[in-house]
Design a protein around this ligand. Structure first.
Ligand code: CP
Ligand code: NVA
Length: 307
């Protein structure tokens, strides 16, 4: 396993499976009330340059449950927000902490932080990727479907960080990915080209949501305007209007399909309330699993680090 989790490419196939197995054990220990404090005395710094509910809660609660401490750092309150360099910040944080989680805009910021830090750096979302989310989503798919291998995942909507992370996951793991995105809102072209080259089961990009959802086992969507794109929201809601995940679209999926959304959702835009609250939706389990998978990631990366 690499020192950091900056992209899905930091993980080999066996690393994914190790994290999923561990997440399952940690989830069981928690439900059985068995403490599992393997990170006693360890500290995680959490830099948030964007808003968060699930990521902050799962990392902070996860560190507490593992016996450690999480320190929340809002960039506007730190010297990073006043121009201290990422490399200086990385070196200083390495003197206090055992790990860093960062949610920010540029993927390069996370890469630079990881390059200059002596301690593990975890990507908690950038404009490009959201690896912790996709790990947790794969774990949820395994819980619901027994395995992710060989399944067809349909991603409908914006070619954003979640779409890009799905492409990386489908490049690393044997699953089929079909994306439906409007013209001009496709996923990152470099990641897509690499993914198409490396995939075993296929990565397909089309315009028509029905084509992507055809016989899908998992139908996934995300907001049409991500954090930082708020000013485009009205325009985007016009562009994406035929990309809504609703009952009609889902009639093309496998009979036992599941619906996923990383949340937060904009009900009535990318997904209807009927679908997100409906019998095929797994969004609440998906959100809960962020905690269990985060703990597996933290334990895997931080257990052997300096205290
Ligand atoms: N899915 C997710 O990352 O949620 P938050 O933005 O609330 O952390
Ligand atoms: N694409 C969304 C994901 C939020 C978890 C965003 O970046 O805002």
């Amino acid at each position: 396993m690499n020192k950091d989790l900056v992209t899905e490419y930091d993980l080999a196939e066996e690393d994914f499976d190790f994290i999923f197995t561990r997440a399952g054990e940690l989830k069981r220990f928690l439900k059985e009330g068995r403490p599992h404090q393997v990170l006693t005395g360890k500290t995680l710094g959490m830099i948030f340059e964007k808003a968060s509910t699930r990521t902050r809660l799962s990392f902070e609660v996860g560190m507490y449950q593992l016996g450690g401490l999480a320190v929340f750092l809002n960039t506007s309150d730190t010297q990073l927000g006043r121009g201290e360099t990422v490399s200086d910040t990385a070196k200083i944080m390495s003197r206090y902490l055992d790990g860093i989680m960062i949610r920010t805009f540029a993927q390069k910021t996370v890469e630079d932080l990881a390059a200059h830090a002596d301690i593990p750096v975890i990507n908690g979302l950038t404009d490009l990727l959201h690896p912790c989310q996709i790990l947790s989503d794969l774990f949820t798919i395994m819980e619901k479907k027994g395995d992710y291998r060989g399944l067809k995942i349909a991603y409908i909507g914006d070619g954003n960080n979640i779409a890009n992370s799905w492409i990386n996951a489908a490049s690393r793991l044997p699953l089929k990915l079909a994306l439906a995105c409007p013209e001009g809102y496709e996923p990152d072209s470099e990641l897509l080209a690499r993914g198409r080259n490396e995939t075993r089961e296929g990565i397909y990009l089309c315009r028509d949501p029905e084509e992507a959802v055809e016989k899908a086992d998992v139908v996934y969507t995300d907001v049409w305007a991500s954090m930082g794109q708020e000013a485009e929201r009205e325009h985007r809601s016009r562009v994406f209007k035929t990309y809504q995940v609703n009952e009609n679209l889902l009639s093309h999926a496998q009979e036992d399909y599941i619906v996923m959304h990383c949340l937060p959702a904009h009900r009535g835009e990318e997904i209807t309330s009927g679908v997100i609250d409906g019998p095929h939706s797994v969004v609440l389990d998906q959100a809960e699993n962020r905690l269990h998978v985060q703990k597996a990631i933290l334990e895997t990366l931080m257990k052997e680090e300096k205290s």
